[in-house]
Design a protein around this ligand. Structure first.
Ligand code: ZN
Length: 272
């Protein structure tokens, strides 16, 4: 066989693999992903320390495994999260917990330090969000869904999706220069999955223990959740991840939706 014929055969094999949409097996049908990108910059933005771990840490762990660089931005200081400690004392503790957790997957923690419970739309907050994206230059972001349960989640999610359109504009003057491209945007699950119908699932069965380990770094929140809601942080995660797994035929999963407004939609699967 000539080398040209050989290379055509090799290309055909690759194309066939990439185009095959489903993999059939005796244990059911597993959706196959299209060609998956690697070595991307990923920015997850959570309103409070532990939100990211609860909703998308399994996915982020898979991202670092495939070679992506992961950034976790925490918008508020988590100063509401204790029934007994002062705002300052609990915020200090939560920063340390978040740092320990991010380290587990070698993610870079960005602590934005806004006041817990008081995050909303204003010029200062907007400019800080523009600079956050301009600093990280993510290929895609994972943010809160607009229908989540807490106002900090809702405003942080809305702010992130709003400014993702502005970051390339030279006329938007902040501390950092404009980026060359806008990131794709994915919404993570809502708290307890309420009124959130995932359109993309990520199988996190192989990283669920890492997710659990990260969550357990947030010891103060485990105590807070038991005090406020009568449930441990890991129990709550377990229920949601198993339920999302049930929906897509794996043991544990995380669910996402994508922002499809112009011009941030894409044709490839970026999530693992
Ligand atoms: Zn939260």
């Amino acid at each position: 066989m000539s080398s040209r014929v050989k290379s055509v055969a090799a290309i055909q094999k690759i194309v066939t693999l990439q185009q095959r949409p489903f993999q059939f097996s005796g244990k059911g049908i597993r959706a196959r992903t299209e060609k998956i990108e690697v070595n991307m910059r990923v920015l997850a933005i959570g309103a409070h320390p532990d939100d990211i771990e609860m909703q998308c840490a399994g996915t982020l762990a898979l991202c670092t495994k495939r070679g992506d660089q992961v950034f976790i931005a925490i918008v508020t200081d988590g100063g509401c999260g204790s029934p007994t400690l002062s705002r300052q004392a609990i915020a200090k503790m939560r920063f340390k917990e978040a740092k320990r957790s991010a380290k587990i997957i070698s993610a870079k923690l960005i602590w934005m330090n806004f006041t817990d419970g008081y995050f909303f739309e204003n010029e200062e907050h907007r400019n800080r969000f523009v600079d956050l994206i301009r600093e990280v230059k993510p290929d895609f972001m994972i943010i809160h869904s607009p229908n989540d349960y807490h106002s900090d989640h809702i405003y942080a999610g809305k702010m992130a999706s709003d400014v993702s359109l502005l970051v390339t504009a030279p006329s938007i003057k902040t501390n950092l220069p404009p980026t060359e491209k806008m990131p794709c945007v994915y919404y993570m699950d809502t708290t307890a999955g309420i009124e959130f119908i995932p359109e993309i699932y990520v199988d996190i069965t192989e990283t669920v223990q890492t997710k659990k380990k990260m969550l357990l770094c947030h010891r103060s929140q485990d105590l807070w959740m038991k005090d406020q809601y009568g449930m441990s942080i890991t129990e709550s995660m377990e229920v949601t991840a198993r339920y999302r797994g049930l929906q897509c035929g794996v043991k544990y999963a995380e669910g996402f939706r994508q922002l499809r407004t112009y011009p941030r939609a894409n044709t490839k699967r970026l999530l693992p």
